[in-house]
Design a protein around this ligand. Structure first.
Ligand SMILES: [Zn+2]
Length: 458
């Protein structure tokens, strides 16, 4: 039997038994205690022993139990007795520390019960080990505070808040709900929150109010995507309202052609145009709704807030009473959120970000079954393959562009592989992170998360 079977340098293997499912490895610590833990006297005598069973990493498809011959001592100075401390063992879980670390990582991509089966512990323990692992990651990880922050909704069992870094295309936090207090609590505890310049969000008043309270310097931007999708919804309402007046055959035809109605005019094929003109000619309301939908999208071609507001007011006058109800939500949204909707024309949010986040929202329902929110949150925030670490190489170009050496612009993100760059002098924040031995990262890359979920790797 090889002496390094265990590959745990602080133990000596005394014997190995195995059956179909289990290895039973007897071992002893190579590190006897040097002094009494109570009075630090070095005058110790042996005072019995016991076998301590500890779980270790599964090996060759079998569960591994270490039976550690644990020695008991009596201190001649203070007369107290004690068992030797076991190195590399998590006393709380009766597992090797390397096993708990492995279980934590495994739980990001596997169910608790499958890990419990493989290791030979209960599902309860498997969950508890994972919870410890996540707490440790929380303690040692700092996500870079985005200069451009996105706050959106994502469905994980129920609606949750998702905080993103728009410039890096990453997720930096998942909030358990969409309440104002939850967001205020999160934002208040962020480091460098005064560096947040823009917050892009959907039209959800608790988010706006939380940002106005905690981030007075940040500009709130309603992303184009959230507004124009309401124009599509308005047109759909008109289409559905039409159904009652149609024959069964016409109804089927209209259902079939709905995707043509939702297409942008410039994306229509010749065949599409022919289909569309038929519907629009025969049904005046649908014709108007389509035109209004298209022209609403065109407002977003404006280059300034004033121009956009002017176009919108002209557009609004064309909404006739016959279809006013269908367009009511869209008009209310613009009128109630005007300053923040118009802010988009000063600071358009990149469409690449919105698109990848929507891709993620679409595949998200493949996750979720059998996991708690906490586990799902950890999967997303701490998925190893998706983590963007902060590379400390400064980009001169960005410094010049921005004119200031702020953290958000002075650093850039690189995927895990990382580039070998000459190290610049660390900033104050980097120094404190190094001193506290923390890892600063930019969050989970959204596109990578989508790929991991699609391939069943998360
Ligand atoms: Zn003692």
């Amino acid at each position: 039997m090889p002496p390094d079977l265990l590959n745990l340098p602080s133990y000596r293997v005394l014997g190995v038994d195995e059956n179909e499912h289990d290895y039973r490895i007897s071992a002893e610590s190579l590190d006897p205690p040097k002094e009494c833990p109570h009075c630090h006297s070095v005058h110790l005598v042996r005072f019995g022993r016991r076998d301590q069973m500890v779980r270790d990493l599964p090996m060759h498809g079998k569960r591994v139990g270490l039976y550690i011959d644990t020695r008991r001592y009596r201190c001649q100075a203070c007369a107290k007795t004690f068992y030797e401390a076991l190195p590399d063992i998590d006393d709380k879980r009766l597992m090797t520390i390397r096993l708990t670390a492995w279980m934590g990582k495994q739980a990001i991509k596997r169910t608790f019960s499958s890990i419990a089966d493989e290791v030979g512990c209960t599902e309860f323990t498997s969950r508890a080990v994972f919870s410890d692992y996540v707490n440790e990651l929380e303690r040692t990880t700092r996500f870079e505070t985005p200069t451009w922050m996105g706050i959106d909704e994502i469905h994980l069992i129920k609606p949750r808040g998702v905080i993103t870094n728009i410039q890096n295309n990453t997720i930096v936090e998942l909030l358990k709900n969409r309440n104002k207090d939850t967001l205020i609590n999160y934002l208040s505890n962020l480091g460098n929150k005064e560096n947040i310049q823009y917050v892009a969000m959907d039209m959800w008043a608790p988010y706006r109010d939380a940002c106005l309270t905690v981030l007075p310097q940040a500009r709130i931007v309603i992303d184009k995507f959230h507004v124009v999708k309401m124009a599509n919804e308005a047109m759909e309402k008109v289409r559905k309202g039409l159904r009652d007046r149609l024959t069964l055959k016409e109804k089927r035809g209209l259902m079939h052609d709905r995707c043509v109605l939702l297409k942008r005019e410039h994306d229509l094929t010749d065949g599409d145009s022919l289909l569309l003109s038929g519907w629009l000619k025969n049904y005046e309301e649908l014709g108007l709704a389509y035109r209004l939908k298209e022209d609403f999208f065109k407002i977003y071609d404006c280059v300034s807030p004033d121009e956009a507001q002017g176009s919108y007011l002209m557009w609004k006058q064309r909404v006739t009473p016959a279809i006013a109800e269908a367009f009511h939500d869209l008009i209310c949204a613009w009128d109630n959120w005007t300053p923040w909707v118009l802010e988009y024309f000063n600071h358009p949010v990149t469409s690449a970000y919105t698109e990848s986040l929507n891709n993620l929202i679409r595949v998200m329902n493949r996750l979720g079954r059998g996991y708690s929110f906490e586990a799902l949150r950890a999967k997303i925030l701490f998925a190893e393959g998706a983590r963007k670490r902060l590379n400390t190489k400064p980009i001169r170009k960005n410094r010049e562009m921005n004119g200031s050496p702020e953290l958000g612009f002075a650093l850039f993100c690189a995927p895990d592989a990382g580039t070998k760059a000459r190290k610049p002098r660390p900033t104050k924040l980097e120094k404190s992170i190094q001193m506290e031995n923390l890892e600063l990262n930019c969050g989970s890359d959204i596109s990578t998360l989508v790929d991991l979920i699609k391939n069943g790797l998360l």
